[in-house]
Each structure stands twice: as C-alpha cells, then as structure tokens.
Ligand binder design. Sequence first.
Ligand code: SF4
Ligand code: SF4
Length: 229
Amino acid sequence: MLGDGILKGMAETARNFFGSYVSKERLTTVEYPEQRIPTAENARVFPFLVYDGTDWEAGMRCVACQICEKECPPKCIYIDKSTDKKPDYVGKPQFYPARFDIDISVCMSCQICVEVCPFEAIKMDTQFELATDDRFGGLLYDRKELSRSNEYYHAIHPTEAAEVDARLAEEKAKVEAKAKAAAEAAAAKAAAAATQPAAPAKADSSGLAATAPEAASLTDATKPAGGGS
Ligand code: SF4
Ligand code: SF4
C-alpha cells in the first residue's frame, strides 16, 4: 500500500514518544553533567598512544614508522623520528618518535590511524570533555599528553585490549623461540668444533710427518751448542 512505510515509521515514533513516559529503557537523555550514561566499549573520540609498564617514554609502543601520519586524511599527525634507538617490547632496538603531535581540533575521529598501525601503538580514547578556550595550542597534543598506559586501554576497551595482548604475547613467544633455537644451534656448532680431532701436521720434504714434540727436538738439534743465536 502506498505510504505504508510512512505510517509504520510514525507508529514507531509514537510508541517511543509515549513509551518514554513509562519505560526507563526508552529514556535516551540524562541531565548531563550531573548524570552520565556509561560509555559504550566501542565508543571512539580521539586517538591516544599506548605504552607498556609504568614509564610512558620507555614503554611507548610507537616506533615512528609514520604510516599513520601518511594515512591520516586531514593530515593532523606530526611525527619526527628519533636518531637513536631503544628496545621495543621484545627487546629489539627500534626508532621512537622524538615528536608525536596530533592536532585534535582537526582530527575527525575516523580511526584510520588505528587501523593502519602495525604495532598496536595507537588506539581510540573515549574521553570527550576536552573543551578549551585556546583554539590552537590547547588542542595540539604532544606525545606525553597523548600517552596512556595499557591498563587504561584495558579499562576503556577490555575486549579489544585483551585480544591485542594475546596477539602481542604470541608474537613475543615466537621471537623468543626463534632466538632460543638460534642460540642452541650456535652452541651445538661450537661444541662440535671443539671435539673435532686436530688437523694432521704437514709432511716434511722426506714425506714423513713430524709430531709437535719431534718437530721441537729437531729444531733444538739444529741450534748451535751453547744456545747462541
Ligand atoms: S582518527 Fe583519523 S583524523 Fe584523527 S588522527 Fe587518526 S587518522 Fe587522523
Ligand atoms: S602510531 Fe603506529 S603507525 Fe603511527 S608511527 Fe607509531 S607505530 Fe607507526
């Protein structure tokens, strides 16, 4: 019937409107900021940088590969790669961002930086109360302001953070197993080299091979008596 969809839509709207007077589930607004609705686990606002451990600088996962900087649609990420390296979570020396800024006033919360990061180093925060009267500097966040611990990541996105931890632990176990296998192979090679018999001495002009003590006594015999040179 013509207009069937419109009537159904109006009926649904009316059901929600009148239902909101009697049903708590239909109340979609609260008296913010005194009242707050719990943040959904998959909510996203602006990005933050994840660090492991207690030191944000030492534990920063970002290796300054700059993929996110290149892929960010409005180009609001600014990274300067370090000139030295520091160990990453598996102990491998890696570059780190000497500068990592995000202009939050430009960021459009698209999450592309998160999707393209190969190191699980950047994630989306749920914090939205960021108002400031400093239009420019106040919303340009540096690496320290952007850093949040892995515990914080677990608190706001528990399911996703647990999956990431499992993935990183698996990767770390693989790297450790490979390093252990390489060390064992090197030790076995060294042990095999140590147990190999010494190479036979070179034969002299008569075709006879001399042992080391014999060679020494032969040398002594050719020396002039009295030990002079
Ligand atoms: S969320 Fe989107 S716009 Fe914001 S920094 Fe990441 S890539 Fe750029
Ligand atoms: S956040 Fe990820 S993608 Fe961006 S520079 Fe760091 S490691 Fe690379």
